[in-house]
Design a protein around this ligand. Structure first.
Ligand code: FAQ
Length: 313
């Protein structure tokens, strides 16, 4: 293991982790711990920012002023989450501008889920229900992650994700009380998003490169498969209450384990989407790159203003 600190100082790191206390930015930490956090937090931040695109595309065609206000608030929240997370990442000695550059150059990842199209308005509801629902399952335990700034950022993020999930579910409930055509839209949307939502938790534990190390360091508190199971257990009763069918014939309650049994997502598809070959990868990154380039003048103006000591004129 490479380290950023002398061995004695790393003893203190090991003691802090063993006592389940938080590591703070000025504490000594192994270089691999720092690098793992930068990778995960940056990917998480990029996901929040790229994740604005599928729903953001529906802002101009929301069916009422209320729906538009709710969706605008949600999409703005995602931008805020990205900013908290980039800030948390910067406490590890990296620069947000470099992270953004790595995203638009394809050198850093973001969640596979945002490479699927939002092709109907029902998708706004399904993203809130399933994608934010999966995000909550994954992120509530991250409020106890071992790195202090990441854990603190996650507390606020989770409160807001909870509102996002409810607004999505409420939208779907409204559509399910509507016409046959609206009910069919909801079912078609759920059919498309169910399996990609299960893939958000990452590959199966047996194939997960980082889980064991990240669990030992307290960065991850549960494995990918544990969180996927938790999501299924939480979501099946919600689907029943909504009146939709989840597209998995092997879904069944297992009274022996106290959990639902469910089928396996197409793991080859996840690998393809992660490598950049999903339905919308090229479009999402191109859009992010264009937005970054369009914002160059704002960054230049802000830098010039700061260089003058914040004085106008
Ligand atoms: N997509 O060894 P593992 C949201 C990569 S935010 C893409 O299991 P790890 C809010 C992984 O990076 C959603 N890549 O990795 C919202 C690694 O590649 P690397 C984002 C994936 O880190 C809602 C390789 O595969 N949430 O939704 C994926 O231990 C609605 C091996 O995998 C977070 O980022 C994937 N699904 O576990 C916004 C939460 N899965 O880096 C807008 C924090 C795996 O070696 C609208 N992150 N990979 O090249 C985590 O909890 C973890 O990083 C995991 C992956 C669980 C995602």
């Amino acid at each position: 293991m490479t380290t950023t600190a002398p061995t004695g100082e790393l003893d203190s790191f090991e003691r802090t982790i063993a006592a389940d206390q938080r590591i703070e930015p000025r504490d000594a930490m192994p270089e691999d711990y720092r690098r793992t956090l930068v990778r995960q937090i940056a990917q998480h931040a990029h996901s929040e920012i790229i994740g604005m695109q599928p729903e953001g595309a529906w802002l101009t065609s929301a069916p009422s002023l209320r729906r538009k206000a709710v969706l605008t608030a949600k999409v703005q929240d995602e931008a805020g989450h990205g900013i908290y997370l980039y800030s948390a990442c910067e406490t590890l000695g990296v620069d947000r501008a470099d992270l953004t550059q790595m995203l638009v150059d394809g050198r850093q990842k973001y969640s596979s889920i945002f490479n699927y199209p939002a092709s109907s308005y029902a998708d706004v509801g399904t993203i809130g229900w399933l994608v934010d629902g999966a995000a909550i399952c994954n992120q509530v335990p991250l409020c106890r992650t071992s790195y202090g700034p990441y854990a603190r950022a996650m507390i606020r993020v989770c409160k807001e994700e909870s509102f996002h999930q409810r607004q999505g579910y409420e939208l779907l409930q409204t559509m399910m009380r509507g016409t046959d055509e609206q009910r069919a839209m909801v079912q078609e949307s759920v059919d498309r998003w169910w399996w990609p939502s299960l893939m958000m938790f990452g590959p199966p534990d047996a194939e997960s490169a980082h889980t064991a190390r990240s669990m030992a360091w307290g960065i991850k508190r549960h494995t990918n498969d544990e969180l996927r199971q938790k999501f299924v257990d939480m979501t099946v009763p919600q689907a029943d209450a909504l009146g939709v069918t989840l597209p998995d014939r092997s879904l069944a309650w297992d009274s022996a384990t106290g959990h639902y049994r469910f089928g396996q997502p197409d793991w080859d598809e996840l690998a393809r989407v992660i490598k950049g070959d999903g339905p919308c990868n090229a479009e999402r990154v191109a859009r992010r790159r264009a937005a970054h380039e369009d914002g160059a003048w704002v960054r230049e103006a802000a830098a010039a203003f700061a260089a003058r000591g914040g004085r106008v004129g």
